[in-house]
Design a protein around this ligand. Structure first.
Ligand SMILES: NC(=O)c1ccc[n+]([C@@H]2O[C@H](COP(=O)([O-])OP(=O)(O)OC[C@H]3O[C@@H](n4cnc5c(N)ncnc54)[C@H](O)[C@@H]3O)[C@@H](O)[C@H]2O)c1
Length: 306
């Protein structure tokens, strides 16, 4: 199958590319290298350095590649930056995603797989683990725009017959996540603990906040499964279990041999307190479940950063 991955030079997108290649698909990438890196992309893959907001350039790539399926991972993925610059954030995540949908419409793409978010879109949950029927109440512009694009996906499906599958990720971690990035507490802690310099890792707020951490190869696999399954569906990809930031800090410090005590800073605005996602629907329709346990995933991440 011909698959085009937007954001394929980024953290999650590059793992999607790798697994699509392993499954025997022909893959191309659109990425403007805003946060992604050319080195993340296999040399066998054509990388188009194009901004998804550039309608003309994007359509040229789609016309040349004629992908059957598009896995749309490109985004501004930081909650904090979305709070600082909601307009710039929406420009990439809403207008850029619309341009991707338009390019799909005009070049006869069969299916779009969309990288949504569970935590940031749902907001503070009424119950956990959160399933797909839980009301949506985003606390940040990032959560709002990721959710807005879900509606666009549904209406492109209803009006123009584009098959769509929405994958709402929980907190994804693993090799190639940016340790200097805005998001990704595991990568940030591992990077700072291994570097050992000052200041050491800082826990935002009490550290009691909980997230559902899924290893990156597991969400990449969900994208491969969604090539053929889950049309019209929206799926939460989580383990159902929350882990606190304090527990992460302690586990990583143990693995790395980091001896300094935890330091705490101010809590971040726009962040959910505690969340975990139920993946029962993804198990039923996609045959997906998270397979890499947290302890093993943390060890793989530490090894890759070393
Ligand atoms: N990391 C997580 O825990 C998480 C959780 C939920 C959802 N997501 C979603 O998963 C997707 C991938 O996130 P990630 O963590 O790998 O982030 P990332 O920043 O590593 O990857 C995003 C990629 O998109 C590219 N990009 C950004 N703006 C672009 C533009 N205008 N045109 C073309 N390319 C552009 C970047 O260069 C980068 O390679 C995003 O859609 C994000 O919202 C991530």
């Amino acid at each position: 199958m011909k698959v085009l991955v937007t954001g394929g030079a980024g953290f999650i997108g590059s793992h999607v590319v790798d697994q699509m290649l392993s499954a025997g698909h022909e893959v191309s990438v659109v990425d403007n290298l805003r946060t992604g890196h050319r080195a993340n992309v296999s040399p066998d893959v054509e990388l188009h350095d194009v901004d998804i907001r550039d309608a003309v350039a994007l359509r040229q790539v789609f016309e040349a590649q004629r992908p059957e399926v598009v896995s749309h991972q490109a985004a501004q993925a930081s909650v904090r930056l979305s709070m600082e610059d909601p307009v710039g954030d929406a420009d990439i995540n809403v207008i850029g995603s619309l341009q991707v949908l338009e390019a799909c419409r005009y070049s006869g793409v069969r299916k779009l797989i969309y990288a949504g978010t569970g935590g940031a879109a749902v907001g503070e949950p009424r119950y956990t683990p959160v399933d797909e029927d839980h009301p949506v109440n985003p606390l940040s512009p990032y959560g709002a725009n990721k959710h807005a694009v879900e509606h666009y996906c549904s209406l492109y499906r209803a009006n123009w017959g584009l098959q769509t599958t929405i994958l709402r990720y929980s907190n994804i971690y693993g090799p190639r996540q940016d340790p200097h990035g805005e998001a990704g507490v595991i990568a940030i802690f591992v990077g700072q603990m291994l570097a050992g310099g000052d200041p050491g890792p800082t826990v935002n707020g009490t550290g009691e906040q909980e997230r559902d951490y899924v290893y990156v190869s597991d969400v990449a696999e969900a994208n491969v499964l969604a090539l053929e399954r889950g049309d019209g569906g929206m799926y939460h990809l989580g383990t159902g279990l929350g882990t606190s930031v304090n527990e992460l800090f302690d586990r990583l410090a143990g693995m790395i041999g980091y001896r300094r005590p935890r330091q705490h800073g101010a809590a971040l605005p726009g962040e959910v307190y505690k969340i975990a996602l139920s993946a029962e629907r993804a198990k039923r329709d996609l045959g997906w479940q998270a397979r890499v346990p947290l302890e093993a995933g943390l060890r793989l991440t530490v090894e890759s950063f070393r």
